[in-house]
Design a protein around this ligand. Structure first.
Ligand code: ADP
Length: 495
């Protein structure tokens, strides 16, 4: 990275998200928005060549957040333009571990609505408003952002709005540059068109975008953004292809020079087998024999027999076709001639839930299906399971495989997206830490599962896989520095 002397010594970054842990978390986006801004602020000055980052987060003032906070301070009160009349808006600030977090309050956000209703007209109204309000809030506070970092479709319109402000030569935003993070491309905000109409945002005429996408929030953000970042290097390449591009691949290819991928990090304090209070026995990579106590306790909890020779296969996942739960169930059935036990944890699609239940019904002496969301159980499973199945059809980044490795549970994954960037089998550059298969075919998964099940009896080899996984660096520090470099590069190259 080279930083010219004309750069400001502190780059101001506004990070926008629909959710951010620990204030409000529904899914993986909440984890990222809760950790990345903090990790960016924690980068030591010498790694930024003496410069610094003033990163601030903005989220909607969801009802659930309001109920948690004791003393949010008002920072701005203003009107957001709307064709049928300006919307009174207030912004508040709170601090999470020193990170300034702004919260936008206004009628379209409501006081009781969930983060996502699943109805994109309603969510479209809320997030179109939030995106515009968050940008205008900076003007009200006279805090000129150098970088606007939006995430997913919910906040994509902030980037689109910024581009319009720049086009109309709004001096306040003349120097502001934008980044949009793609955490899950298929969710583009389809269904929000009427909501955008109501905000006066009409379909764009840009021929690079397919006609159907010209009034969807995410494509509009991707069109307007200075940089596009997917949550893993492999996913960044995959979204340029018909298999993963969701119909936007040609458009994304037209912007490929600004597309890159940065792997999400893992909160290593929260996921740490050496001090996880949910475990029967804590352990490190130097005391992996202690791990066995967790396997025994887990099997006992589920009333399954313990046999150190029999691998315990686990699955911890949203029950969604994306996750390949159907493939996992089919493959376990087809590999029934091998000794294995399995515990499956997840909720979601009723068809997949019932596929897991019927696997248990078919093999009551060795399968258990826990159809619920249970974080403590997931921790006991990561610590007690031998092999994690993650046969995702697509996987922008994936956390479960990283957690599994940190806990010495060996992943078996489809070689796609972030899985491909973190799980290695016979790689020339990385030590083996798991098992991979390529195509979405149960035969391929069977072959990988057979390799894994057979390898389990080779204790030395298996221990090596565990240790290699546990040694891997999944920290946010590495990824945060990549984002920081991107911010500085973007700033420098746009001038
Ligand atoms: P995604 O965000 O697409 O669901 P990830 O692998 O990135 O997938 O993250 C999933 C996270 O949710 C992991 O931390 C995993 O342990 C957790 N998880 C998924 N299903 C459950 C469940 N039923 N109970 C507890 N934790 C779960």
């Amino acid at each position: 990275m080279s930083i010219s002397s004309s750069l400001p010594s502190t780059l101001r970054v506004l990070f926008l998200a629909a959710e951010a842990a620990p204030l409000i978390k529904v899914g993986g986006l909440g984890d990222v928005a809760g950790s990345l801004p903090l990790a960016l602020r924690a980068i030591p000055g010498e790694q930024l060549e003496g410069r610094s980052l003033d990163v601030r987060l903005v989220i909607p003032y969801h009802g659930e957040v309001a109920r948690k906070l004791l003393d949010p301070q008002p920072v701005a009160s203003f009107l957001v333009n709307h064709p049928s009349g300006p919307i009174p808006t207030r912004a508040f600030i709170t601090y999470v571990d020193g990170l300034p977090v702004y919260m936008i309050e206004g009628a379209p956000i409501g006081t009781e609505a969930p983060v996502y209703t699943g109805d994109n007209y309603i969510d479209g109204l809320k997030y179109a408003y939030f995106s515009l309000a968050a940008v205008e809030m900076t003007r009200q506070m006279n805090w000129q952002p150098d970088i606007l970092h939006a995430n997913d479709w919910h906040t994509a319109l902030s980037v689109f709005y910024l581009a319009k402000r720049r086009l109309s030569r709004d001096p306040f935003f003349a120097r502001t540059r934008s980044i949009i993070g793609i955490h899950n491309l298929p969710f583009m905000g389809a269904g929000a068109e009427r909501a955008l109409d109501e905000f006066g945002i009409r379909p764009v005429r840009d021929l690079r975008l397919p006609e159907w996408a010209r009034q969807f929030p995410l494509p509009l953000g991707l069109l307007a953004s200075d940089r596009i970042v997917a949550v893993s290097p492999t996913y960044a390449k995959e979204i340029l292809t018909p298999e993963f591009g969701c119909g936007l691949q040609d458009f994304l290819n037209s912007r490929r020079s600004v597309v890159s991928g940065i792997l999400n990090g893992l909160n290593q304090d929260s996921w740490d087998p050496s001090r996880d209070s949910a475990l029967s026995k804590c352990y490190t990579m130097d005391s992996l024999d202690d791990r066995e106590e967790n396997k025994k306790a887990l099997l006992q909890e589920f009333d399954l027999p313990y046999d150190p020779q029999v691998p315990l296969v686990i699955l911890i996942s949203r029950m969604d076709p994306q996750k390949g739960v159907d493939l996992a169930v089919d493959s376990l059935k087809e590999m029934a001639h091998h000794p294995w036990q399995a515990i499956l944890l997840g909720t979601g699609d009723p068809i997949l839930e019932s596929a897991c239940r019927s696997l248990e019904a078919q093999f009551p002496e060795r399968v258990r299906a826990a159809i619920r969301f249970d974080t403590k159980l997931s921790r006991r499973m990561y610590a007690g399971g031998d092999l994690l199945l993650m046969p995702s059809r697509y996987e922008p980044c994936g956390l479960a495989q990283m957690i599994a490795m940190r806990y010495g549970c060996v992943p078996l994954a489809r070689s796609t997206g972030g899985l491909r960037d973190t799980v290695f089998e016979d790689s020339t550059e990385h030590p083996n830490n798991g098992f991979l298969f390529k195509d979405v075919r149960v035969e391929e998964l069977n072959a990988a599962l057979e390799r894994a099940l057979k390898s389990f009896s080779n204790r030395i080899f298996w221990r090596e896989l565990q240790v290699n996984g546990m040694r891997q660096d999944f920290s946010w520090e590495k990824s945060a520095l990549e984002y920081a470099n991107l911010y500085f590069d973007l700033w420098e190259n746009q001038r």
